[in-house]
Design a protein around this ligand. Structure first.
Ligand SMILES: O=C(O)[C@H](O)COP(=O)(O)O
Length: 228
């Protein structure tokens, strides 16, 4: 049996401040660091010990992985960092407070931006300092790959090849793989793994810092899934 663990990063500073984050690179809070440590401790206690790690290019996920790996005393495990596992790009909403945005545009509109399947938030302008092309970590990306905004459907489009070309091959070689990433990039993975339709994924919420364990058969079909 194979195991895949999906771990959403611990609470970030902008989770605490209730701000749209997306590709903004914000740090964990003390609570987020505690959640990450507890995630590692739970995996250790359950005897679910990863032998390959994946994470995004964003420090809230990278540091969650580091802290959880330290708690398991498994810092030596190989890790692949891949921008395809970044959070969904929240476009021009990035940095805005979610409650204030709801007051301005209405709860329904904000719910559509946050949870509809294929409606993207308002787009960034290419001149905007938040445009990912201004960030040296994305220097290797083609212009078409740099998002100005993303719906969940767009996020799935970029997560899907990362799953089939990078994560799946490692799962074929290693028993237990941990992916430390973000609410919406992990919802994209969960949709594929559980064969959820476009309406079903809308209701899936992934809590911060709680390992979501998928037991897989040799064909990488899900046998069972549970949170620790
Ligand atoms: O990017 C963000 O703001 C959060 O990590 C995910 O936000 P959401 O739950 O509003 O999609």
């Amino acid at each position: 049996m194979k195991r895949l663990i999906l771990l959403r990063h611990g609470q970030s500073q902008w989770n605490l401040e209730n701000r749209f984050t997306g590709w903004t690179d914000v740090e964990l809070t003390d609570q987020g660091r505690r959640e990450a440590r507890e995630a590692g401790e739970k995996l250790l206690a359950a005897g679910i010990l990863p032998n390959y790690y994946f994470t995004s290019y964003l420090k809230r996920a990278i540091h969650t992985l580091d802290i959880a790996a330290t708690a398991m005393d498994r810092c030596w495990i190989p890790v692949i960092k891949d921008w395809h596992l970044n959070e969904r790009h929240y476009g021009a909403l990035q940095g805005l407070n979610k409650a204030e945005t709801a007051k301005e545009y209405g709860d329904e509109q904000v719910h559509i931006w946050r949870r509809s399947f294929d409606v993207a938030p308002p787009s960034l302008d290419i001149e905007d300092p938040r445009y990912p092309g201004n960030d040296p970590r994305y220097d290797g990306l083609a212009f078409e790959e740099l998002p100005l905004t993303e719906s969940l459907a767009d996020t799935i489009k970029r997560v899907a090849p990362c799953w089939s070309e990078i994560i799946e091959p490692k799962l074929n070689l290693y028993d237990t793989v941990l992916v430390a990433a973000h609410g919406n990039s992990l919802r994209a993975l969960a949709k594929m793994l559980l064969h959820l339709d476009d309406n079903e994924i809308v209701g899936v919420e992934i809590p911060t810092g709680k390992p979501w364990v998928f037991e897989l058969d040799d064909k990488l079909s899900v046998i069972k899934e549970y949170y620790l």
